[in-house]
Design a protein around this ligand. Structure first.
Ligand SMILES: *Cc1c(COP(=O)(O)O)cnc(C)c1O
Length: 237
């Protein structure tokens, strides 16, 4: 690895240690096992060396928001000889759904049935089973996501699709931190409604750099961390 790659790897390993302490302390406060929360390394805005640094530090889940960025980056990444999961966490344009389904192992932002059909078809064509999470809108604003009350109905629609495996729900918290806890509780409730349909759906993808403690308190099983691991991103131009 190059000198700068080595520096980055060391910085990421150090930040990961801090993040693990935050998670452990939040888990202790909530009476949960620290091992119950996975870390998704969100590498948008950074190069392949960020993915390599996260993998070298021991992480196995990588998240990206934009198809083109991920395609170029993944092709340039030195992947290890162990299983790694690539998660799509951006908004899905329908004309890109098939390519997203082909490139990723998990799609966390499913919120419409037509897109589900495209992903299902593409996964079956590729002979794979794509893991999906339902993106739930827990803030009531115009952001992406299914209304919490519609999650069970949506889950029922997915049961018969052999290319998809519904693993749980994902939510983005509100901008106003005073509303975070209530919003995250709605996400946890949405997962319970999905579990009534798909009993082994156990993933609650909740929490980012600024709200991971509240997410862990609400039952998050996966926090999605960019800034906490890699530092500040350039604004997307
Ligand atoms: C960018 C992004 C993250 C990571 O955000 P940080 O605040 O940098 O940790 C997590 N989830 C989603 C959906 C994102 O778009």
């Amino acid at each position: 690895m190059s000198g700068s790659g080595g520096d980055l790897a060391a910085a990421v390993a150090r930040r990961l240690e801090d993040v693990r302490k935050r998670i452990a302390s939040a888990c202790a406060g909530a009476g949960r096992q620290a091992g119950a929360v996975r870390i998704l390394a969100v590498t948008k805005g950074f190069g392949p060396e960020a993915i390599e640094a996260a993998l070298e530090a021991g992480l196995s889940d990588i998240g990206e928001n934009y198809l083109q960025e991920a395609q170029a980056k993944f092709a340039a990444t030195a992947w290890p000889g162990r299983p790694v999961k690539r998660h799509f966490i951006g908004s899905i344009q329908r004309n890109k759904a098939r390519r997203i389904g082909a490139l990723f192992d998990v799609v966390q932002t499913l919120d419409d049935i037509e897109t589900a059909s495209l992903l299902d078809q593409c996964a079956r064509d590729a002979g794979k089973r794509l893991e999906v999470l339902l993106q739930v809108n827990v803030t009531g604003d115009r952001r992406a996501g299914i209304a919490p009350d519609d999650c069970a109905t949506f889950a029922r629609e997915l049961v018969s699709r052999d290319g998809l495996r519904l693993r749980g729900v994902m939510s983005v918290g509100p901008a106003d931190s005073a509303a975070t806890r209530e919003a995250f509780d709605r996400a946890a409730q949405a997962l319970r409604s999905v579990r009534a349909i798909v009993s082994d759906a156990d993933t609650l993808s909740l929490g980012m750099t600024d709200d991971l403690e509240a997410a862990v308190a609400a039952g998050s099983t996966m926090v999605r961390l960019g800034t906490a691991l890699f530092g500040a991103r350039q604004a997307k131009g």
